[in-house]
Design a protein around this ligand. Structure first.
Ligand SMILES: [Zn+2]
Length: 344
């Protein structure tokens, strides 16, 4: 075991780590460690490294300590409070300090940040932290998404007096040509449609309903990717990007809840979205399934991960049968593929 390495390096690098001593290691390592990262070593190794690791809760040295460097990626991954790649930037802990456009980010505050701080700012918006209890310690965390069209380069997250600078990379989304029948070549919506969806995207509920990576919502070829720009019938759509991940599948293919959630919207017959289900997964994370044939849930229903919520269709503004699947984070579209691959 590499505990000596951890001890040696940890003594040099004092850091504010949120790993609670009483957290159940076995439960967490089996859920997220193996899935979330491509890391060699068994979960047994991870658990024992973690459980023997000395945990410092002294102040942060700032300057971006990459937690994985302290004792390999395995130490941090097992704790729900800290992600595998988490980086402590002056007390603001981000799951990735070098995200690409469309990437979701978990933000936590270290214990040495003023306990009265309840919000942070990013990209001109103010966001709210939620507080969880980990072994007697209050941990503040929240989720945001890097906007798909955010200018690559340095951007700041501020909380209280702390400033974290992250570096956003261009995701190189690309451009797609699409032909739509004339009557669908518009973004006309039904009365109340855009308003209802806009309101749902802003829902911020406290209960975090997921504890692992999201599952694919449908079996099908992953066709149009998140973020692509479009030329429709020969014309480039300005201010548009593809807000979700498409799954091409025959009409009637079951659509599953990718994670547990509460049904915010279950509607049929809209011009743009067609038949649609919106799920609230908690903490500002909302998923939207669009162009469905059948809708098999109703508003207010609690659904489990994997539960069938409807079937694939081509209702609304669709050129053929597919599921258009979006995940919004605090009202910002994120790339669903990050949610499929990582446990945030
Ligand atoms: Zn789509």
């Amino acid at each position: 075991m590499n505990n000596w390495l951890f001890a040696k390096r940890a003594s040099k690098l004092s850091f504010s780590l949120l790993i609670p001593a009483t957290l159940s290691v076995a439960a967490n390592s089996s859920i997220c460690a193996a899935k979330a990262i491509d890391s060699p070593g068994s979960t047994t190794d991870q658990a024992s490294v973690f459980s023997n690791a000395p945990v410092s809760t002294q102040g942060s040295t700032g300057g971006g300590i990459r937690l994985r460097e302290l004792e390999g990626i395995r130490v941090a991954t097992v704790a729900e409070a800290v992600d595998a790649d988490a980086v402590n930037l002056n007390g603001i802990i981000v799951s990735n300090d070098k995200p690409v456009q469309g990437e979701p980010i978990k933000i936590s505050l270290s214990q040495d940040i003023d306990p009265t701080v309840e919000t942070f700012k990013f990209n001109g918006e103010t966001y709210k932290f939620f507080t969880d209890d980990y072994g007697g310690k209050s941990v503040r965390s929240a989720y945001i998404a890097i906007p798909a069209q955010m200018k690559p380069g340095k951007h700041q997250i501020t909380a209280g007096g702390a400033v974290a600078t992250i570096s956003v990379s261009d995701a190189h989304f690309g451009i797609q040509r699409l032909t739509l029948p004339k009557k669908k070549d518009n973004f006309n919506a039904s009365p109340g449609e855009k308003e209802t969806i806009a309101k749902a995207k802003k829902v911020l509920s406290a209960e975090k309903r997921w504890s692992s990576a999201f599952k694919h919502p449908a079996v099908g070829r992953m066709s149009t990717k998140f973020g692509v720009k479009r030329i429709v019938n020969g014309k480039l759509l300005t201010d548009y990007f593809h807000s979700g991940q498409d799954f091409a599948a025959p009409i009637g293919t079951p659509i599953h809840a990718a994670a547990a959630g509460r049904v915010l919207v279950a509607h049929t017959g809209w011009k743009l979205h067609g038949n649609v289900v919106v799920l609230d997964h908690g903490r500002g994370v909302i998923s939207i399934s669009i162009h469905m044939t059948k809708v098999l849930v109703k508003e207010g229903d609690e659904v489990e991960a994997g539960q069938v919520i409807g079937t694939v269709g081509k209702t609304g503004r669709a050129s053929g049968p597919h599921l258009h699947y979006c995940i919004y984070v605090n009202n910002e579209a994120s790339n669903p593929n990050f949610w499929f691959k990582n446990s945030y």
